[in-house]
Design a protein around this ligand. Structure first.
Ligand SMILES: Nc1ncnc2c1ncn2[C@@H]1O[C@H](COP(=O)(O)OP(=O)(O)OP(=O)(O)O)[C@@H](O)[C@H]1O
Ligand SMILES: [Mg+2]
Length: 311
């Protein structure tokens, strides 16, 4: 659906993104993560045809941003970082106006505006001027104008920044509801947002891609060890000795009746640990394995890069 091939973008001497490549399949919701200045907005501007890449290419639904920028723009609904809208227009007039500019046929425009008002929960502000709306409502109008021509692709640059928790929840629900139906790329700083709404993650740091994977798998490749937590009842020392004697177990930490066991990656010792603890006559109350969270992965990738640079 969207292919980014070897894209580099320079602003004069500054290289904002360097030789990045990734692709997004139809119906995927891709989370684009990176610290401030990593190159997220720049990448999104290249994808949407806002400006061309210095080198490399992007194709959207088979159309190249270099050769057919208009075809690309037709297929993308874009919510920029700071959307500029016509503040003097009412919400409804603005949506009608954008729809007409984007070439929505007159015969369907009315219905499309109504759907968008419904979908983005704008009913209570249709007659208010855009410039008078609160940040949350402005953001919904911005989403509305992106959706008005029913584009197959949505590109959202930090859509939930500055919103209160309830508004964040609502915008996320709205984005989540498009899974499978539209292809979405959204950039964010909020890591739980990615776990909640996206099925694929791209992490970018200092203009380079440092990880691309499914939300589920992103931590697995990095996880050198795996920790298993258990709660068991019995003499602490004996339980610790029992756990430490199991082949493949690295360290054992104990806190009250809770134990954390470090094991080698790829070696699922849960069945063996459960059996040994029970066989030796201790009571096993809980057993679970903990994968790296997205936050662990993000910090690890971004900090490793910084450490490498300073060493
Ligand atoms: N118009 C511009 N002229 C010169 N340099 C720019 C311009 N826009 C961005 N940059 C530089 O390019 C780099 C990437 O910026 P970009 O805005 O793409 O990052 P970002 O990941 O979106 O950051 P943020 O999370 O703060 O929005 C930064 O070093 C930035 O200073
Ligand atoms: Mg940005």
């Amino acid at each position: 659906m969207i292919t980014i091939e070897g894209v580099t973008k320079r602003y004069g001497q500054t290289v904002a993104v360097r030789d990045i490549s990734f692709s997004v399949e139809r119906g995927e919701i891709l989370g684009f993560l990176g610290p401030n200045g990593a190159g997220k907005t720049t990448t999104m501007r290249v994808i949407t045809g806002y400006f061309p890449p210095t080198t490399g290419n992007v194709t959207v639904c088979g159309h190249s941003v270099l050769d057919e920028p208009i075809e690309v723009k037709r297929r993308i609904g874009y919510v920029p970082e700071n959307p500029s809208m016509y503040n003097d227009m009412t919400t409804i007039d603005y949506l009608r106006f954008v729809g007409a500019v984007k070439g929505v046929p007159k015969a369907v425009l009315k219905g499309r505006v109504e759907d968008t008002v419904d979908r983005c929960a704008l009913k209570s502000v249709v007659n208010r001027r855009v410039g008078e709306l609160s940040r949350g409502y402005r953001q919904r109008v911005a989403l509305g104008q992106a959706l008005i021509n029913d584009p197959p692709v949505l590109v959202l640059d930090e859509p939930t920044t500055g919103l209160d928790p309830k508004q964040i929840y609502e915008i996320r629900q709205l984005i989540g509801s498009m899974a499978g139906e539209r292809t979405v790329i959204l950039s964010t700083h909020i890591l739980p947002e990615v776990s909640m709404t996206c099925n694929k993650v791209v992490i970018i740091n200092e203009g380079r891609i440092v990880a691309v994977d499914s939300t589920e798998n992103i931590g697995k490749g990095l996880d050198q060890t795996r920790s298993i937590s258990l709660v068991a009842r019995g003499p602490f020392d004996k339980i610790k000795r029992c756990l430490a004697s199991i082949d493949g177990v690295g360290g054992v930490k104990q806190e009250g009746e809770s134990y954390t066991v470090e094991t080698d990656k790829g070696n699922d010792l849960r069945p063996l640990i459960a059996k040994r603890v029970v066989d030796e006559g201790f009571e096993l109350l809980e057993l679970s394995s903990r994968a790296m969270s997205l936050e662990d992965v993000f910090l690890k990738l971004v900090t490793v890069e910084e450490e490498e640079k300073t060493s």
